[in-house]
Design a binder for this molecule. Structure first.
Ligand SMILES: NC(=O)c1ccc[n+]([C@@H]2O[C@H](COP(=O)([O-])OP(=O)(O)OC[C@H]3O[C@@H](n4cnc5c(N)ncnc54)[C@H](O)[C@@H]3O)[C@@H](O)[C@H]2O)c1
Length: 456
């Protein structure tokens, strides 16, 4: 594997690409002159390869925004609309520098072992369970995802659900589809003036807070972190306090040891009689038997559940895990669609392609999930002989000393190093390098080397 990567760098060290200002072949941009009282130094465009040599394989119908972004960089892009498995996947992954997947393609240790040229994986979705993250890191393959691109989609769905629950729209809709006309106003409410309690005031919780206030709700929230409230929202000291004062409780916590089974019998009893519970976070946060009991007894006036402890692997008529829950009144059930919108998909395409492009072009690993996250400021355009060394190595003692000995004859402009578990990553800008290949070979030969790239 390492040799193959070495060859790539070797080839490209000998073939410097045409310099451009923005990573594209846009010569218009090069000609443009600016008059401004403040002029920031231009960043040097770093390229390890001829742009046409970077091969990207995008599976599972990844959004067009990503395809366009990669093509704009001059990368070779191949798209496949379905997920690949077995030999077909192995055959394809052998040849590419980046693979983009969604949730169905499984990148196991065995598959990754065959990926001799792979620099990075883009998960164009939220989760990364489909990739063996540790195996990838051990091979020096960075994995990126897009955890927050769909926050707004979830927040908007929750607003819709709050109104639907308040007006019992789920039940009225089902009745109408069954030919039943049931015009009622009893126990149907406006949401204006009601209290929304948000558990977890992160990306989604905070978005929801703003939308809910705009609808006339009063917002309180509980979070384990001290977070600056938006608008008029107010933090409370404990979950029990939030449960006791809220008309609606909406859950927006991650799945952790602490949030598993967070809402059970005790918590539901802490809620006001006639309150509503919404879970668009993770299925394991709510104990389904406790929720069923709360709805059957009438203690809860309704619930909206988008996520379940157990979810089917594929679409179809196979959702039969919770028969008692399904029979409950004023209960909106959705198949984990909180973040599933066209806008979110397009945003995911943009975000992940941007992370991958920065990693390929500059070595920046910000947003990597299995890797130390590193960034340093750009090399100035006029620093012609400054090169950037990207050194992924085993996290063992003495490596930095070895590396710095290799750098010793040069001026190290800037250097950053970080580690995560067994893997460490050094990014260093070295001035006045005339023998790039010699520098590369020396670093590559170190005992801890996993992957070395030199950008110039
Ligand atoms: N339904 C969907 O389709 C969908 C889509 C996107 C995200 N999600 C889920 O929504 C949840 C929230 O996502 P996010 O992007 O807002 O996450 P986030 O990380 O931005 O925010 C989570 C917040 O929860 C807080 N928190 C953690 N443990 C807590 C606890 N025990 N009690 C109270 N607060 C706690 C954190 O401090 C953080 O502020 C996640 O579980 C995510 O997986 C679901």
């Amino acid at each position: 594997m390492v040799n193959a990567k070495k060859d790539l760098v070797k080839t490209n060290t000998l073939q410097p690409p045409a310099a451009t200002t923005n990573g594209t072949n846009n010569t218009e941009d090069n000609k443009r002159t600016r008059s401004s009282s403040f002029c920031q130094p231009k960043a040097k465009v770093l390229r390890p390869f001829n742009t046409s040599e970077v091969k990207i394989l995008l599976l599972e119908n990844i959004n067009e925004t990503a395809v366009k972004a990669f093509k704009k960089q001059g990368y070779q892009v191949e798209t496949v609309s379905k997920a690949l498995v077995g030999e077909e996947l192995i055959e394809k992954i052998r040849d590419v520098h980046v693979i983009g997947i969604r949730s169905k393609t499984k990148l196991t240790k065995e598959v990754l072992k065959e990926a001799k040229h792979l620099l990075a994986v883009g998960c164009f979705c939220i989760g990364t369970n489909q990739v063996d993250l540790q195996a990838a890191a051990k091979q020096g393959i960075a994995v990126f995802n897009s955890p927050f691109s769909n926050s707004r989609s979830v927040a908007e769905l929750v607003i819709g659900e709050i109104i639907m629950l308040a007006r019992q729209l789920g039940d009225r809709n089902t009745e109408m589809h069954n030919g039943v006309w049931n015009k009622v106003s009893k126990a149907c409410y406006e949401i204006r003036g009601k209290i929304l309690g948000i558990v977890g005031y992160g990306h989604i919780g905070a978005q929801l807070s703003v939308l809910a206030e705009a609808m006339g709700m009063t917002v309180y929230f509980y979070d384990v972190l001290q977070i600056m409230p938006l608008g008029q929202a107010k933090p409370v000291e404990s979950l029990d306090e939030l449960l006791a004062i809220s008309d609606y409780i909406s859950l927006h916590v991650p799945e952790t040891e602490d949030t598993r089974n967070l809402i059970g019998d005790h918590e539901i009893q802490q809620m006001k009689k006639g309150a509503y519970l919404l879970n668009n976070a993770r299925g394991t946060v709510v104990q389904i038997p406790a929720l069923t009991k709360g709805l059957q007894s009438g203690h809860l006036a309704g619930a909206a559940i988008d996520v379940f402890p157990k979810e089917p692997a594929s679409n179809g008529p196979n959702f039969n895990y919770y028969p008692e829950l399904l029979a409950c009144p004023n209960l909106i059930l959705t198949p984990h669609i909180g973040g599933s919108t066209e806008e979110a998909q397009s945003m995911i395409g943009l975000e992940v392609s941007q992370s991958l492009t920065k990693y390929i072009n500059d070595g920046t690993s910000l947003n990597a999930v299995n890797f130390p996250e590193i960034d340093i400021r750009a090399i100035r355009e006029d620093d012609k002989n400054t090169v950037r060394v990207l050194y992924i190595h085993q996290n063992i003692p003495g490596v930095l000393r070895e590396i710095n000995e290799i750098f010793a004859d040069h001026n190290v402009e800037k250097q950053y190093s970080d580690s995560k578990g067994d893997i460490a990553y050094v990014m260093a800008d070295i001035a006045d390098v005339t023998d790039i290949k010699g520098l590369y070979n020396a670093i590559f030969a170190t005992r801890a080397n996993i992957q070395t790239r030199v950008l110039y």
